[in-house]
Write a protein of this length. Sequence first.
Length: 106
Amino acid sequence: MQPPTDVNDDGKALANDKCLVSEPGTMTLEAIVDVTGEFEHLNEFVMLHIKKGGGLNCIDDYFTTVTPILDLLEVEIRVRNAPGITIKQMKLVIQDWIDNEIAELK
C-alpha cells in the first residue's frame, strides 16, 4: 500500500513538509507520534479503549491494555512507511489508523 500523497502538480513533496527521517526505522514509535502531532489523538483512542474495557484496576492493567495498541500502530507504520515519506503523510497514516480503530470501538 502506498503512503498518502501530499504533492505539488509536478509530483514533488510540498516544501513545508519535510521527510520523516533520512533512514527508515531509526525513530522510535514515541518520536514518530510526537513529531506528527498525533499524541493527543492516540491518547483519546487509548482512553476510549480503557473506558470500553471497564476501566483499570491497577497499573499493570494499563500496560496490558496499551502495549497491544502500540504494537498494532507500530505494525501499521512499518507497513505503510516508504522511503521519503513526509511528516504530513505519516500523520495521515497514524490519523487514519486511529480513526478506524475508534470507529470499530463505537
